[in-house]
Write a protein that binds this ligand. Structure first.
Ligand SMILES: [Zn+2]
Length: 515
């Protein structure tokens, strides 16, 4: 025993002196921006954590060493030292599906506070309706943004830009125009998003979706889809529709859920569909947020024939009874009026049941006479925890917030903290390395970002430092804007964007371009 100890001591001593002799190993850098010492590295690949020092110069990681980083201080100046002893050092999180207006809220501190260093916009078929979209992106870049931004182009917006709007069958010329704007936009965006449950995207049929998918595939980009119908009895059809497009391009299910489905077995059935598609060569992935309520416009409960204001106004006069009974069935199927919680004024914080009680009206009449399909947004408690948790654990399913800085749902301020707090620390459902892999390298791979999402020499320095035991997702349904806590340092492009619960004055994020 004693001799082993002596040998170990000799080895350690020798290693120590070796590394001292490796002094000129970064001869090209006379200045180092950050030396992060003694951290426990979880590098994003899923491999077990290890102790190492990280050196950042400019916006890049230039060294990760399992040995102590040593240097000749007559030749190298260290501008900032960070002691990460006892803390996890990992890549910043990449949010696969987010919302918000960076021109209005450039700091996006809700994302930074939960460790997100790259957000995504242009989701659910909707991106700014500016052609070319690059003009808007340049504006964001000029103004600056807290986290990085990966942009998608929305199918609904493309329909509007090419004059198709809500038409079922675009003319050949209109379709050509849409495909050419798409083709051009994909040179500088990460892919196409569809929102087939929303107008105008819901008017698209198979031929149109396949034509779009071909262009996406030719550009080696992906399709992220808010599928046509997320109800449990439609989920198979919705996935099948997306997998058809998967014959041409990588496809990804946005915020995968089964509305009113229940149980682990049902989750396994859904996962089996995705696994067999993958076995047959389709590149399909998905993402999920860790909450059991969705959040969107109240239009989600209205029938397909009364989603737009124009349709609704007509239906209200001509088919009122049919509309009433549709709404009664739909709301009851979605766990009743107490499970719809409004998040927009003047109903903020009230459920549909509360309103019905207050106004002494049937809830269907409130929906028709007071609100309408475009009059409010809300949270809908329509998901089953066992089912959603099983989906979340699958290795081909990543994490998204689907949230924004102004959305009245805790996911916009809590998601990534909740994954660490609940799934890793409190319930031990995910190993830390796996949780971080989902939120970093997995997400980067889905989007096609190859210089972020892993801590490795040569990668961009999007780095977060935290103690998992101190991470808290404080946002709740009644208090959805509370910032997450516990991410001590959030570095974006080699600069501290979030430090000690405060954002920096400067905006270090970039509008990312696909490689
Ligand atoms: Zn969506």
């Amino acid at each position: 025993m004693r001799s082993i100890l002596i040998i170990q001591t000799i080895i350690l001593f020798t290693l120590g002196s070796c590394s001292k002799e490796r002094i000129p190993f970064l001869p090209q850098f006379s200045e180092i921006d950050y030396l992060i010492k003694n951290g426990t590295i979880v590098d994003g690949t899923g491999r077990p954590s290890y102790l190492a020092d990280i050196v950042v110069v400019g916006d890049q990681i230039v060294y990760i060493g399992e040995e102590d980083f040593s240097y000749d201080d007559s030749k190298v100046r260290i501008k900032n030292n960070i002691d990460a002893k006892g803390k996890i050092v990992s890549p910043g999180f990449i949010d696969l599906h987010s919302h918000g207006d960076p021109l209005k809220y450039p700091h996006m501190q809700n994302f930074l506070a939960m460790g997100v260093t790259t957000m995504t916009l242009g989701m659910d078929g909707s991106s700014p309706e500016i052609n070319p979209l690059s003009l808007w992106m340049e504006e964001i870049d000029k103004q600056g943004i807290g986290p990085n931004l990966a942009m998608l182009i929305g199918h609904g917006s493309l329909r509007n830009l090419s004059g198709i709007g809500v038409k079922k069958n675009p003319t050949k010329e209109e379709l050509e125009k849409m495909l050419s704007i798409l083709d051009e936009s994909l040179k500088y965006t990460f892919g196409l998003s569809t929102g087939l449950e929303y107008s105008p995207g819901l008017n698209a049929e198979s031929h149109e979706l396949r034509s779009l998918a071909k262009v996406v595939g030719e550009n080696n980009r992906l399709i992220m889809s808010h599928m046509r119908n997320e109800d449990d009895d439609h989920i198979e059809d919705s996935i099948a529709e997306l997998l058809e497009q998967g014959e041409y391009a990588r496809v990804h299910i946005s915020h995968l859920k089964s509305v009113y489905g229940k149980g682990i077995d049902r989750a396994e059935e859904i996962l089996n569909i995705l696994n067999s598609a993958r076995d047959s060569g389709i590149d399909v992935t998905a993402e999920i947020y860790p909450y059991n309520a969705s959040y969107t416009g109240i239009g989600i409960v209205f029938p397909i024939w009364s989603k737009t204001q124009e349709e609704f106004n007509k239906v209200k006069l001509s088919k009122r009874e049919e509309l009433e009974s549709y709404l009664v069935n739909r709301i009851n199927q979605r766990n009743g009026p107490e499970s719809t919680l409004f998040g927009t004024a003047p109903y903020t914080g009230k459920t549909l049941a509360d309103l019905s009680h207050e106004k002494e009206m049937n809830f269907e009449d409130i929906l028709i006479d007071e609100i309408g399909p475009n009059g409010a947004s809300g949270a809908y408690f329509v998901m089953n925890e066992e089912l959603q948790d099983r989906l979340l654990l699958d290795p081909n399913i990543g994490i998204c917030s689907d949230g924004s800085i102004s959305g009245y749902h805790p996911r916009g301020h809590g998601t990534f903290a909740k994954i660490i707090e609940k799934y890793v620390v409190n319930e031990g459902m995910l190993p830390l390395e796996e949780a971080i892999r989902k939120m970093t390298s997995f997400a980067a791979k889905v989007l096609g970002i190859d210089d972020r999402g892993i801590l490795r020499e040569g990668m961009k320095a999007d780095i977060i430092i935290f103690n998992p035991n101190k991470v808290r997702a404080r946002a709740s349904y009644t208090d959805p804007f509370l910032l997450a806590e516990g991410f001590d340092i959030v570095m974006v492009n080699g600069r501290k964007a979030w430090d000690n619960q405060k954002h920096s004055d400067q905006l270090w994020g970039k509008v990312l371009k696909p490689n």
